[in-house]
Design a protein around this ligand. Structure first.
Ligand SMILES: Nc1ncnc2c1ncn2[C@@H]1O[C@H](COP(=O)(O)OP(=O)(O)OP(=O)(O)O)[C@@H](O)[C@H]1O
Ligand SMILES: [Mg+2]
Length: 200
């Protein structure tokens, strides 16, 4: 699922950013915007929920919000998943992102404007552990194997590196609860430091 989706949206981001002539760097804001991405099941939402509680930042769980905002354009029966209306979603998110203090959670990242984010984290999970997590969730057949393959080929890491300045893209292991706790601590520390550096 990941592989097909990421290929499908690539050219649209380029067209959009060229036409709007927006700067590629993150604009100045008093709180940073954070992107948490990774293959389905790597732990994005678990991490974002705790991060939002610790920082007071707003967690934007894009796959759920897209439904609330009616930004679903289609249903892909082969992959058993909703297809985003990316243009409508981006237009809806634009004013929300402007003030900073947002944590965006999505299993894709190449169609968001680069200037939205101050930092990007890509969660990674051991293939066998991910297989078990997705099976427990009820994924089977092609949906299960495509998502595990997406992780094996590190599709989201490559997508993030090709869509954002590599200096702001960080890979985080998310196979164990100890790693989840350490990731949380690391991002909270980064956020505190960013705030000190940018608001004094
Ligand atoms: N680091 C971790 N160690 C152990 N279990 C984890 C870890 N991270 C997440 N989990 C568990 O894995 C499952 C999937 O986590 P979660 O729903 O947060 O993934 P996700 O990346 O948001 O998935 P999706 O993209 O489908 O929304 C949950 O049951 C969660 O408790
Ligand atoms: Mg999630």
């Amino acid at each position: 699922m990941c592989v097909t989706k990421t290929l499908a949206v690539k050219s649209r981001k380029e067209t959009r950013s060229n036409s709007t002539k927006m700067p590629v760097t993150a604009v100045s804001r008093t709180k940073p915007n954070i992107l948490i991405t990774g293959t389905p099941g790597t732990g994005k939402s678990s991490l974002c929920k705790q991060l939002a509680e610790k920082t007071g930042y707003e967690w934007l769980e894009v796959s759920k919000l897209a439904k609330d905002w009616e930004c679903i354009s289609d249903y892909d029966e082969e992959y058993d998943t909703s297809v985003l209306d990316e243009d409508k979603l981006l237009d809806t998110m634009e004013p929300i992102m402007a003030n900073g203090g947002k944590i965006v959670d999505y299993h894709g990242c190449d169609f968001f404007p680069e200037r939205w984010f101050n930092i990007v984290f890509v969660l990674r999970t051991d293939n066998t552990i991910l297989y078990d997590r997705l099976s427990e969730r009820g994924y089977t057949g092609k949906k299960l194997s495509d998502n595990v393959e997406c992780e094996i080929f590190q599709t989201l890491l490559e997508e993030a590196k090709s869509s954002y300045d590599e200096d702001i893209v960080h890979e985080l292991q998310s196979s164990t609860l100890a790693e989840a706790a350490s990731n949380l601590e690391r991002i909270v520390s980064w956020t505190d430091q960013w705030t000190k550096d940018n608001t004094s």
